[in-house]
Design a protein around this ligand. Structure first.
Ligand code: ASP
Length: 436
């Protein structure tokens, strides 16, 4: 961790609080333009720096991590375990979402004229969302994982899976060649790894300020427009948002503690303490990809997950494992079905489980991606996609929360895989160190 007197998560929290205060003040004093012109750019710069480091971090840490495993069978075992656990938690998340939304039934509360009004208001946004989804064959998502040009893939932050694919192939090839032949490359990547980590340390220095700028500008934007809509819709939309929040809380306070206690030696409090800087960053940036450097740092330095595991499990998790997003997609789909007066059969609910699993795997780890992929879930069960207009207003705060859950899910699986593979360094677990 960065050596400051106050722990980083407190600094980020202070930045967040100051951002909200400033944002509210700006709304009241009419400083909307000032905030957009002079504060927001610093938040944008911070996010750009985080994204800038994502591709080098994934390549270097994956190649390093895999080549340290020295053994392809170990890699395939860890890989299989990781992907199975990721799928399991995603399906659990969707099931929790379906259960909660079937109990609270938020869609039944929305007056019809409000529904029409919102559909008209956000029609343009929906059209834009629809355009980003293209209709391709069922195996397209696998085809998309394989790059045909690695340099092209590295220039696209949305092609993370392609970069991961290349790095895994590179790492495996290194293991298969006699050590003396790969030594120079191994030394090179080890040294590169140190440099990239140092870059992350430097970027994290400005995290509290970046978070301040991000939260201040989000507060101004949200308070200006969407809070009014949310208030107007308080009954139904409020209950919908609450349903998502309840589902997310169940994941964080029931499901993950179970995983942590069954599959690791880490206490849940230690886990949350150790991960809190990453969680705060996920909340502020709404992007698991941007949070990845911090998630890795927290898992390695505060929770004792060894690099061989974290460097493989976490980048993969940031791109394919999104428990919060999949839960949200299930709740949103049923909410919209309720609004349209559709009673979903068991078969349709199962279709939601399947498509929300795929849609969350396919969602990019960037703000708002989960809502774009929701179109696929809606399409599969025959819910009109225009319905997305109804949930635009509350999407940003829910995005912030589901991103926190997304990275918490990744980290808990990283700890579980590390412990079961004997790659958890218990002396590093947060409570064994001076922290708070
Ligand atoms: N913002 C989320 C993430 O990056 C994805 C989403 O649900 O929109 O994890």
């Amino acid at each position: 961790m960065i050596k400051t007197k106050i722990a980083l998560h407190w600094l980020i929290l202070i930045g967040m609080g100051a951002g909200i205060l400033f944002g509210l003040l700006a709304v009241m004093a009419g400083w909307h333009d000032f905030t957009t012109d002079w504060i927001k750019p610093w938040g944008t710069i911070f996010i750009k720096l985080l994204k800038l480091i994502a591709v080098p971090l994934i390549i270097v840490s994956l190649i390093n991590g895999i080549s340290n495993l020295n053994d392809v069978s170990k890699l395939s075992r860890i890989g299989l375990k990781t992907i199975s656990l990721y799928l399991l938690t995603t399906v659990i998340a969707i099931t929790v979402g379906l259960m909660v939304v079937n109990i609270t039934q938020p869609g039944k509360l929305l007056p019809e004229e409000k529904s029409r009004e919102f559909q008209e208001k956000y029609a343009a946004n929906v059209a834009a969302t629809d355009q980003t989804i293209t209709d391709e064959g069922p195996l397209q998502f696998i085809t998309d994982i394989v790059p045909d040009n690695i340099f092209l893939a590295m220039t696209e932050n949305t092609s993370m899976l392609q970069v991961i694919f290349f790095s895994i192939l590179f790492g495996i090839s290194m293991i298969l060649i006699p050590t003396e032949k790969t030594r120079p490359v191994k030394v090179f990547f080890e040294s590169l790894n140190e440099i990239v980590l140092q870059m992350i340390h430097l970027i994290m220095w400005i995290a509290p300020y970046g978070v301040f700028a991000l939260i201040a500008s989000i507060t101004v934007e949200v308070a200006g427009d969407q809070i009014a809509d949310t208030a107007a819709l308080f009954g139904s939309l409020g209950l919908y948002a609450l349903t998502v929040v309840i589902g997310l809380l169940l994941l964080v306070f029931v499901i993950y503690p179970l995983i942590i206690s069954l599959l690791t030696v880490i206490g849940f409090k230690q886990f949350i303490k150790g991960l809190s800087p990453a969680q705060l960053l996920a909340f502020s940036t709404s992007s698991s990809a941007a949070t990845l450097p911090m998630t890795m740092q927290c898992c390695e330095e505060n929770l004792g997950v060894k690099k061989e595991v974290s460097s493989f499990v976490l980048p993969l998790g940031a791109t394919i494992n999104m428990d919060g997003t999949s839960l949200y997609q299930a709740v949103a789909a049923v909410f919209l079905a309720q609004i349209y007066g559709m009673d979903l059969s068991l078969m349709q609910q199962l279709t939601i489980v399947l498509t929300a699993t795929l849609a969350s795997i396919g969602s990019a780890a960037v703000p708002g991606a989960g809502m774009i992929m929701l179109v696929i879930v809606l399409g599969a069960v025959g819910i009109p996609t225009e319905g997305i207009a109804l949930i635009f207003a509350v999407d940003r705060p829910l995005d912030m929360l589901r991103t926190v859950v997304n990275i918490t899910g990744d980290a808990s699986i990283a700890c579980a895989v590390a412990h079961t593979e004997n790659k958890l360094d218990e002396t590093l677990i947060i409570e064994n160190k001076e922290y708070f």
